[in-house]
Design a protein around this ligand. Structure first.
Ligand SMILES: [Zn+2]
Length: 258
């Protein structure tokens, strides 16, 4: 007999005589994270040799009711990582659930720490027909609290997670976290924080950023992970410029709109 059925049976028999413990006391209340993207900013075109790069700042945010935490471990430096998401509950207990997320050390950023793959994805789409014309170079993220984004219930007023736990080359245990109401900003000038637009024609495009595009992580709302900015790209007299046409919803407005 399942626990739930047993409790129902017990309740039926004992209800008149005893106070039956609530289900909530027996099963910890989960405090799920909820990932989203803040408004994209700092759009600039960088010329690199003969190439053109559309650079931008992006910030992933946690607007859930609990922190977003990953813990990765490996038995030795020759072995692959196992990555788990650590889920917190209202009573302070935690459970770990395995994810298919991968780890990468060298993203070319010279940070000397570990990165989780595919936390965020960026792409550039034609505004008229949605055809994808570019994808961002950045592929790995060491995430932590960099900016306070929203004063939500349970949001700490000062940083809880810092960059130190992303480890170093020989680490066997690495962890990362993002507090409730906090964001992790990737500035426009970071390694890989761009889309190559060398062969993208003048016209109107949507620069789109998606948190957890692959659905690797547990969160309370999978429908508010995307933000975008529509832009006009033009080249005149050797100068390439980007004009912002309009912004799409960001994490909090994407949530309240549904
Ligand atoms: Zn890094």
């Amino acid at each position: 007999m399942s626990r739930r059925h047993w409790m129902s049976a017990a309740a039926a028999v004992l209800a008149s005589a005893l106070i039956v413990p609530s289900q909530a006391a027996a099963e910890p209340v989960p405090l799920p994270a909820d990932l989203g993207m803040a408004r994209l900013s700092d759009l600039v075109v960088e010329k690199a040799g003969g190439a053109e790069r559309l650079r931008f700042s992006a910030m992933i945010v946690n607007i859930g009711s609990g922190p977003f935490e990953l813990a990765a471990s490996r038995p030795d430096t020759a072995s692959a990582w196992t990555v788990s998401q650590r889920l917190r509950h209202a009573d302070g207990s935690t459970t770990e659930s395995p994810t298919a997320a991968g780890m990468i050390f060298d993203t070319g950023d010279s940070h000397g720490h570990w990165h989780v793959r595919d936390l965020e994805s960026y792409d550039l789409l034609r505004l008229d027909n949605g055809v994808k014309v570019g994808t961002a170079a950045k592929s790995g993220f060491c995430f932590f609290d960099t900016d306070h984004y929203a004063s939500l219930p349970g949001s700490p007023t000062s940083r809880v997670y810092g960059p130190g736990s992303c480890g170093h080359a020989d680490s066997l245990d690495v962890s990362m976290g993002l507090s409730v109401g906090w964001g992790d900003e990737y500035p426009w000038n970071f390694t890989g924080q761009y889309i190559d637009i060398t062969s993208v024609a003048n016209g109107k495009y949507r620069l789109r950023a998606t948190a957890d595009q692959g659905g690797l992580f547990a969160e309370s709302n999978e429908a508010n992970n995307v933000t975008w900015v529509d832009i006009s790209l033009s080249r005149r007299k050797g100068k390439t410029s980007v004009k912002v046409l309009r912004y799409g919803p960001e994490a909090l407005s994407a949530s309240s709109a549904r």
